[in-house]
Design a protein around this ligand. Sequence first.
Ligand code: SAH
Length: 194
Amino acid sequence: MTATVAKFLWLACSVLWFAVRLEPRRRARKTAVRHSARNTREIILLACSLGGLGILPLAYVAAGFPRFADYPFVPLQGYLGTVVFLGALWVIYRTHRDLGRNWSVSLDLRERHTLVTTGIYARVRHPMYAGFWLMALAQLLLLSNWIVGPAGLAGFGALFFGRVQREEDMMIAAFGEEYRSYMQRTARVVPWLY
Ligand code: SAH
């Protein structure tokens, strides 16, 4: 594997991610939002994530920018990155299937919102974010550039750490004891660990 092939694989997997997300997004949007905790801070955090996981790597794959930060590509990182990205896509696909119309790109509660605690949500409360962490890790492995590689981890990390507590507070406000007891039997992202 070469650096160019790895860039292409990053792009192909990203297109797949977009495809996986299309139908759930269309379906969820049909259900009105009853309560939203979106604010300026949320929009800034979403922009960080989009920049790190989307815009920067796209610019890199398309134009090679910023070339000065390139480092020599090791084929093993390309193979590992591809496997991790495919794993991320599988996790994200499963979360959409289980979350159904309760999904939202930001902090929203929809009409007749239900608390999902089964399927991929049985052990961790934020499996979709786990999927995005994996995507960011895959980017680090696939793109051999000191700036663009880690940009996904930094951008998504900002969104995750800036959001997760607010999301859980919102879920507690909406579902009370039901969410509290769900929290007690689950980890945030990594089963049994965190
Ligand atoms: N944090 C979750 C969901 C991300 S989508 C994950 O990583 O898998 C974000 C939206 O999902 C939030 O607006 C919230 O309303 C909703 N949500 C989060 N956890 C949920 C759950 N267990 N059941 C139903 N909806 C949930």
